[in-house]
Design a protein around this ligand. Structure first.
Ligand SMILES: [Zn+2]
Length: 359
């Protein structure tokens, strides 16, 4: 491990190693992605060289830097009038203390062992409900820690969990179909809103209207550019629709499931603008840059496309990095790959993605 001197000073080498192990164990967006980026391990560019060489990345904007982690191994931060953020690495879980009990929003693997301890620090009340935003393991793989809670999700999430039969991710007790479901617990009011397929089928917004808090996992990472392939997204155009559905709500605080801090309306707006530029500039470059099949063996269309994809990504990436590099962290990490994901999405997911949505 070779942490960059002067950077990431709040994470010691042991924490970096723990985060790395967790990422490897879970193979996903659990804790420590920033740690991996800091060392170059796991970065696409480093993998491409095969030499372990670390490319030069932009520095993190001040607002995106990690906070010191207390001795107990996690941060506990109040949000709203009765809510709490439990974070470790770039993973965040949330809970709200109602008159009747505690309502948990997701149970991320990276903070699973901390969540019960964090609840005990602020209340003696039991965890009565666990709302699952979606099925992804890094967000709900700690659900097993709350065996007595009533688990709530969209029906599409339940369908996936029934297929997985994963002991760490129980099938929900209460599901809803369609666009909306209201959960009332102990004087609190949770609006569960499904904006259609997005990062994942079934991925919902949780809105607490009285507290002006909106929570949605993996659609906006406050202060950061999108993760690789939009976090294994099911439907990339739906990510824009999901951001628009969030922005229709009355909220001051946005909780995104990842990164070191909570977000706000501006964070959602910046990520929306980035998405639109990335989509529009990619689609335009697809028109401007011809695919040249003469440079590869006759009939090897995949090879010709691979070259074409890279030329488009080479064209668009520097412009996005220039425009957003000071505002969105790590915009130079996954944007090149995500442009290629958009190319595929543009001719599979939604070739008629409405122009009026992309303004
Ligand atoms: Zn996810």
């Amino acid at each position: 491990m070779h942490p960059i001197p002067g950077k990431f000073t709040s994470l010691n080498s042991e924490e970096l190693m723990m985060d790395r192990r967790d990422v490897i164990r879970r193979g996903g967006v659990a804790a420590g992605i920033a740690a991996l980026s800091a060392t170059g391990l796991g970065s696409p560019a480093a993998a491409a060289t095969g030499q372990g060489q670390v490319p030069e990345f932009l520095p993190l904007p001040e607002h995106a830097k990690p906070f010191p982690i207390p001795a107990e191994g996690y941060r506990l931060e109040p949000v709203g009038k009765n809510g709490y953020v439990v974070s470790a690495g770039v993973a965040q879980g949330y809970f709200f203390v109602t008159q009747a009990g505690v309502v948990m929003l997701d149970a991320p693997v990276a903070v699973a062992e901390f969540l019960p301890l964090a609840v005990k620090r602020v209340t003696k009340k039991p965890v009565t409900h666990l709302i699952l935003t979606h099925d992804h393991d890094d967000h709900i793989g700690g659900a097993i820690k709350f065996p007595k809670a009533t688990v709530v999700s969209h029906e599409l999430t339940a369908q996936l969990l029934r297929v997985y039969t994963d002991p760490d991710r129980p099938v929900p007790d209460v599901t809803f179909s369609g666009k909306r479901h209201t959960l009332r617990v102990g004087g609190e009011h949770f609006e569960l809103i499904y904006p259609g397929p997005n990062h994942e089928n079934g991925n919902i917004i949780v809105h607490l209207p009285k507290q002006k808090i909106a929570m949605m996992s993996d659609v906006v990472a406050p202060g950061w550019a999108p993760y690789l392939h939009y976090g294994n997204a099911d439907h990339i155009p739906g990510i824009l629709r999901a951001m628009d559905a969030v922005l229709e709500l009355d909220f001051d605080v946005f909780l995104g499931g990842h990164t070191y801090r909570t977000g706000n309306r501006h964070d959602v707006e910046v990520c929306r603008a980035f998405f639109i530029d990335q989509w529009n500039w990619t689609v335009q470059a697809m028109k401007d840059i011809p695919m040249d099949v003469s440079i590869v063996e006759a009939g090897n269309l995949w090879a010709a496309q691979a070259v074409w994809f890279n030329r488009i990504a080479d064209n668009v990436t520097p412009r996005l990095v220039k425009k957003y590099g000071k505002e969105l962290a790590a915009v130079d990490a996954f944007t090149h790959d995500n442009i290629k994901a958009i190319i595929v999405s543009s001719f599979t997911d939604d070739p008629h993605f409405p122009a009026d949505a992309l303004k």
